[in-house]
Write a new protein. Structure first.
Length: 103
């Protein structure tokens, strides 16, 4: 369930991360990622508790990491760390998607 914001309920969004070995192209099934969501301005929104998941009736290659995250409409940055490797993704939720350029 999502929380309540000043303008109503905050919806849960499924955030998932697929991790592959660059050399082999195979899914990494023993990674220990961290996922942090911040606002576009850098304010911490969530340190995502990591769950290891595979879609219902999906093959083992669908293994992914993540969780549900309560986010209101807006622009976010998702920082992923796996060992020494880091990646940052720009994410737009809801009606803010219309104004995605210039994040």
């Amino acid at each position: 369930m999502g929380g309540m914001g000043a303008s109503g309920p905050i919806l849960n969004h499924h955030l998932e991360l697929h991790i592959y070995n660059v050399a082999s192209g195979k899914v990494v099934d023993n990674a220990k990622p961290t996922i942090t969501v911040t606002s576009a301005s850098g304010k911490l929104v969530s340190k995502v508790p990591i769950a290891v998941m595979i879609g219902v009736n999906a093959p083992a290659s669908d293994l992914h990491y993540g969780n549900n995250v309560a986010l209101k409409d807006g622009k976010y940055r998702v920082l992923v760390t796996v060992g020494m490797a880091k990646a940052t993704f720009a994410v737009v939720v809801g009606t803010a998607a219309a104004s995605m350029p210039g994040m």
